[in-house]
Design a protein around this ligand. Structure first.
Ligand SMILES: *Cc1c(COP(=O)(O)O)cnc(C)c1O
Length: 346
């Protein structure tokens, strides 16, 4: 039975991704059974959660006849890297508006130092990149995007703007469809997880999971652990993405009645800044399960999940699904923080 009518999309991700129990971790830490949805395996270079959204976003861009896409994010944005690579695959010109200094422009930095992590892949994929100091970016993002839009339109290009993280009413479809996959996973493993948890950075993943949970009748509670901003911001942002989705596609689901749950308290020193205990959780999962989390999103959120389990938010008898949203290249960009000399045993 088809519970949901999807708009057109491109088949770009390697799907379905596996759902695996973290049994070795559970043996060590006790607590509820955690299943991990391996969306870090949605593609080699295009890995992570953004590709699920971009399957819809880029289908929409192509349907509108766009030959150029402009998007934005932090200097190590997984979303920008995924867009750069998929744009190359589809023959689109990609322009990235990035928050942060170009390498070599920070004091004490070597200008010949090659780009790292996601940025290296952006360059490799041939994306056009412009860099803005964080204050300018924050203050003027909309104008900057429009400025570049005009720049390309003046050259006769047909341009599509993609918002941060592809989080809008179009991108929401990606994780609605992931919920259809989860429904099949749950059937296959004969489980009925009570909670679905993921990292929240721009809100579209959580928005999709929140709507998909209802549309695909998963009967779970969906939680986002925010890695920037705060609970209030994301309660509004997730709802706004859902309203946009509802209006664009004339959906009957009442999005104002959907429960949105944000677990705040794990941002730490700031976006993309992780404390030692987060790197410790990253090492723990790598050693115990062979799973690679990142310090910006998945590692922060997974660390938050383990802390919340310790605090008793989740009952030991309820299964939990953690969505591994990817981020490996962001881990590599922060390799100096990993401190592997601390070789404690698990
Ligand atoms: C973007 C991203 C997230 C957050 O997803 P949003 O839909 O932006 O909230 C989580 N994990 C990783 C690795 C990401 O790149």
């Amino acid at each position: 039975m088809n519970l949901v009518d999807y708009p057109p999309s491109l088949s770009l991700a390697q799907l379905p991704t596996p759902l695996q129990p973290l049994d070795r971790l559970r043996k060590k830490t006790g607590g509820p059974r955690i299943w991990i949805k391996r969306d870090d395996l949605t593609g080699c270079a295009t890995s992570g959660n953004k590709i699920r959204k971009l399957e819809f976003t880029l289908a929409n861009a192509l349907a509108q006849g766009c030959d150029t896409v402009i998007t934005c994010g932090g200097i190590q944005s997984n979303h920008c890297r995924t867009t750069a690579l998929l744009g190359a695959q589809l023959g689109l010109t990609v322009h990235l508006v990035l928050r942060g200094e170009k390498r070599g422009e920070k004091r004490g930095e070597n200008p010949n130092e090659p780009a790292d992590g996601n940025l290296l892949l952006d360059e490799l994929a041939g994306a056009h990149i412009s860099y803005y100091a964080p204050v300018d970016y924050q203050r003027n993002l909309e104008e900057l995007m429009v400025q570049w839009l005009r720049h390309y339109e003046d050259q006769g290009r047909k341009v599509c703007l993609i918002p941060t993280g592809a989080s809008d009413g179009i991108g929401v479809w990606g994780y609605i469809r992931c919920c259809e996959e989860l429904a099949a996973d749950f059937l296959q493993h004969d489980i009925k997880p009570r909670h679905i948890i993921s990292a929240t950075g721009s809100g579209g993943t959580q928005a999709g999971l929140t709507a998909g949970n209802v549309l695909h009748e998963l009967s779970a509670e969906v939680w986002g652990i925010n890695v920037c901003d705060d609970e209030n911001y994301f309660l509004q942002k997730v709802r706004a993405d859902l309203r946009d989705w509802q209006q664009r596609y004339n959906q009957s689901l009442n999005v104002d009645e959907l429960d949105i749950h944000v677990i705040d308290g794990y941002v730490g020193p700031g976006y993309a800044k992780a404390t030692k205990d987060i790197f410790q959780t990253i090492r723990l999962l790598a050693k115990l399960e062979g799973i690679l989390l990142d310090p910006v999103y998945s590692g922060k959120a997974f660390h938050g999940l383990l802390e919340e389990i310790k605090k008793g938010r989740f009952s030991d008898s309820d299964d939990i699904v953690f969505i591994h949203t990817g981020g490996l290249f962001g881990l590599l960009a922060q390799r100096t923080e990993l401190d592997l000399s601390r070789n404690e045993t698990c």
